[in-house]
Every structure is written in structure tokens, then in C-alpha cells.
Design a protein around this ligand. Structure first.
Ligand SMILES: NC(=O)c1ccc[n+]([C@@H]2O[C@H](COP(=O)([O-])OP(=O)(O)OC[C@H]3O[C@@H](n4cnc5c(N)ncnc54)[C@H](O)[C@@H]3O)[C@@H](O)[C@H]2O)c1
Length: 388
């Protein structure tokens, strides 16, 4: 059981952005952006630089999106640092979502055997999840986060006003990880999410009208990031407890990877017929599937352990459905196509958590408590997919 606390490791801060300047004096500074964070987020950081009369940083721009989380993009980042004679004392600021954070952190940690980097996560997902715990890396040959390392950033700067420009579907995608953190580690917080469901849903749907810096979102981010930090501090390199953070990910990652790959193939032919699922949307689907697994299939396999009840499963599915209804409809339609569920299962066999040809996953023992390294068969995955 995880000790409930809201305390954060010292490298994560919610301090005013202006204070970042103290870390940048007398250093070569580069800022990694994509076209969206260059347009929507960089002007805020630029003002901070201007106000402090700091020299303009080197701006490295890469194209947005998971499909660019590749070695080719890393080559471009390393090339820019090299061309601009960045030394080992230089610092890279990663201004963006999880793609920028994972890839920028990976490039910084390997450039000249490692320079400092600061994460400024600008999506809800990267604020509550990707920027905490030190996992960095890139995709390879369609396999997600296949190449990477563990490295703690110098700082993670969480500044909620960046969320104001975040598209609604991205906001929802990040919220999947918030749901996950409560399901695996905090029953009270889960109850609070249920109680606040309508306010939360409304804040996603009318994002332009509300001030996103409202207290509720701030509290949710702070609480969620603290939960993740607690788990990762207890097990930094994922030898045990940290694996619970993968709840929803065995099946979710397989869904995400399958559809990314299919879309790449189809776009080459000029016809896109399959839905595209954002990371959090795929994880939301994966959490329903793995909750089903916990409630219906685990008891038989592990008769001496307790797992969530069928009522718990229904509550989880209803809640996720209320937020991700269109994602679920798209998914159900997509897996009616011949062999789609089977092909998604094939992707689960490539999961990094697997050992000795056994697919390993997480299960919920109760709401707020998860277990890990539970084996799941291909037939069971198929059954779970059909019950999303
Ligand atoms: N390292 C980890 O522990 C960890 C954990 C979870 C996920 N991840 C990784 O994170 C990635 C997903 O991250 P993501 O969901 O943040 O996606 P993302 O980085 O692709 O960002 C989503 C989109 O939002 C845009 N954007 C970002 N901030 C914006 C803002 N404030 N306003 C307007 N547009 C903005 C981006 O340009 C992009 O188009 C995946 O690659 C996943 O593997 C890593």
C-alpha cells in the first residue's frame, strides 16, 4: 500500500516561472519546442527571458506528434546543439508534452555524455505523468519507448496556465492518467473524481470559457503528480512497485501501437480509415480492459488473492465511458473488422514488461490498490478487448 502524501520531490516545482532564471545564468540555453508549443507556449517563456534581460535561447523546433519521436528527430536535436557549440555545462529546456519531454530528455542525457535539462510540461498528461519518474526515450520501428534510459531532470516546472491552449481531446487524454493514479493508489481521490465528474467534464468541454487555472485542476495536478512521484521514488528503476503505474498499459499500449502502425501503412496508400487514439485515450480503453481482467478473470488464476468486484468494474467502466464515450464507440467499431483484436493482442507480446514469453500485466486488488506481474494469456486479452 502506498503512503498517502502530497509532498513532492525537490526537483518538481509549482513556483512562478520567473524563478527559472536562477538556473540559467551564465549557461548556454536551448529550448526544444514543436510547432504548437512554439506558437502557444514559447511566448510565455520568452517574456520571462526578456524581463530578466537574459540572452535569447537557441530555439530548436521539431514537428509535433508521436510519429516524430524517432532517432531521426534526435539526430536533428544533437546536430543543432553541436552546430551551436553547446558545451557540457549547457542546459536544454523541454517545452512541450510527453513527446518533447521524453525525447528532449533523452537527447540531453546522451549529448556529450549528458547535459542538464529542465522539463516544462505543457500538456496535462506530461504534467501528471510523463515528466515525473525519469523515464526518457524514443520509439523504434513502431515499438513505443523502445530505446531509452532513466535520468532525473534538474527540474520539472509545472505551470498550469500553459493548459489554457491545450486542445480538448489532449486535456481528456491526460486525464486518463489522473484516473489511473487514483485507481491504483488512492481510493479517496477516486471517490472525489466520481463526486466532481460533472465539473471536470464541463471544464474539458468549455475550456475556452473557463479559467483553467481553477483550483480544482490545480489540485488534481498536484495530487496526481505527488502520487506518481511517491511510487517512482520507492522504486526508481521499476524492479517492483513502480510496475503498478502500468495499469491499463499492457492492453492500452498494444491498442495505441496497433493503430499508429495501421495509420502509417494506410497513409502511405493515401487512405485513412482507422481511428487514431491519443496515448491517454488508448490507456482509458486499456484500463477498462484490465479492470475487466481483474474482476472476471484473475480470481480463477489467483484464488488466494482478492480482486475488485464486478460492481467495481461496472463503476470504472461507466466513469471512463462518461468521459471517453466517443473513443469507446470508435474502438468498438474498429475491432469488428476481421482480426483486429487478434492483431492488437500480437502487439501485447512485444510489451517491455513481459518476461520469458509470458505477457505480464497489472490488476486491481481493490479500488486504490494494484498488483503487478500478473500473467495474462492471449485468449484473455481477446476477451478483455471484447468487453471494452
Ligand atoms: N516518461 C514517462 O514516464 C511517460 C509517461 C507517460 C507518457 N509518456 C509519453 O508521453 C507522450 C505523450 O505525451 P502527450 O500526451 O503530452 O503528447 P504530445 O507531447 O504529443 O502533445 C500533444 C499535442 O499537444 C500539443 N501541445 C502541447 N502542449 C500544448 C499547449 N499547451 N497548447 C497547445 N498545444 C499543445 C503538442 O504539440 C502535441 O500536438 C508519449 O510519447 C508517451 O510515450 C511518457
Amino acid at each position: 500500500m502506498i503512503k498517502q502524501t502530497n509532498s513532492l520531490p525537490t526537483y518538481i516545482t509549482f513556483e512562478p516561472l520567473e524563478k527559472i532564471i536562477s538556473l540559467l545564468q551564465n549557461k548556454q540555453v536551448a529550448v526544444l519546442v514543436d510547432e504548437n508549443t512554439k506558437r502557444d507556449c514559447y511566448p510565455i517563456l520568452d517574456k520571462v527571458f526578456e524581463k530578466a534581460k537574459l540572452q535569447k535561447p537557441l530555439l530548436i523546433e521539431i514537428p509535433s506528434g508521436e510519429t516524430n519521436k524517432t532517432l531521426e528527430t534526435c539526430t536533428h536535436i544533437w546536430y543543432e546543439l553541436t552546430q551551436n557549440h553547446f558545451d557540457r555545462k549547457a542546459i536544454l529546456i523541454n517545452l512541450g508534452g510527453g513527446v518533447i519531454g521524453d525525447m528532449g530528455g533523452f537527447c540531453a542525457s546522451t549529448y556529450k555524455r549528458g547535459i542538464d535539462f529542465i522539463q516544462i510540461p505543457t500538456t496535462l498528461l506530461s504534467q501528471v505523468d510523463a515528466s515525473v519518474g525519469g523515464k526518457l526515450g524514443i520509439d523504434f520501428n513502431g515499438f513505443k519507448n523502445h530505446i531509452g534510459i532513466f535520468q532525473t531532470p534538474s527540474k520539472v516546472w509545472i505551470h498550469s496556465p500553459f493548459l489554457k491552449t491545450l486542445p480538448q481531446n489532449e486535456m481528456r487524454s491526460g486525464f486518463a492518467e489522473v484516473i489511473k493514479h487514483t485507481l491504483i493508489a488512492d481510493k479517496k481521490a477516486w471517490q472525489k473524481l466520481l463526486d466532481d465528474k460533472d465539473i471536470i467534464k464541463n471544464s474539458f468541454e468549455n475550456q475556452s470559457e473557463i479559467d483553467i487555472k481553477n483550483e480544482l485542476i490545480d489540485k488534481i495536478v498536484a495530487h496526481s503528480v505527488a502520487l506518481k512521484a511517491k511510487v517512482t521514488e520507492a522504486d526508481p528503476t521499476e524492479k517492483g512497485l513502480r510496475k503498478i503505474l502500468n495499469f491499463g498499459h499492457t492492453i492500452g499500449h498494444a491498442i495505441e501501437s496497433y493503430f499508429i502502425e495501421e495509420n502509417i501503412k494506410e497513409s502511405k496508400k493515401g487512405t485513412i480509415t482507422k481511428p487514431v487514439f491519443l496515448h491517454g485515450e488508448a490507456i482509458a480503453l486499456g484500463m477498462i480492459a484490465e479492470s475487466y481482467f481483474s474482476a472476471y478473470l484473475c480470481k480463477e488464476l489467483y484464488p488466494h488473492q482478492t480482486f475488485i468486484s464486478e460492481n467495481d468494474f461496472v463503476a470504472i467502466r461507466n466513469y471512463i465511458n462518461s468521459i471517453f464515450e466517443d473513443t469507446i464507440i470508435d474502438f468498438r467499431k474498429a475491432i469488428q473488422t476481421e482480426n483486429t483484436a487478434q492483431k492488437i493482442t500480437e502487439w501485447a507480446k512485444q510489451d517491455k514488461k513481459n518476461a520469458q514469453n509470458t505477457i505480464l500485466t497489472c490488476a486491481l486488488e481493490e479500488i486504490g490498490k494494484a498488483t503487478f506481474d500478473i500473467s495474462i494469456s492471449e485468449i484473455q486479452i481477446l476477451e478483455c478487448l471484447k468487453n471494452i
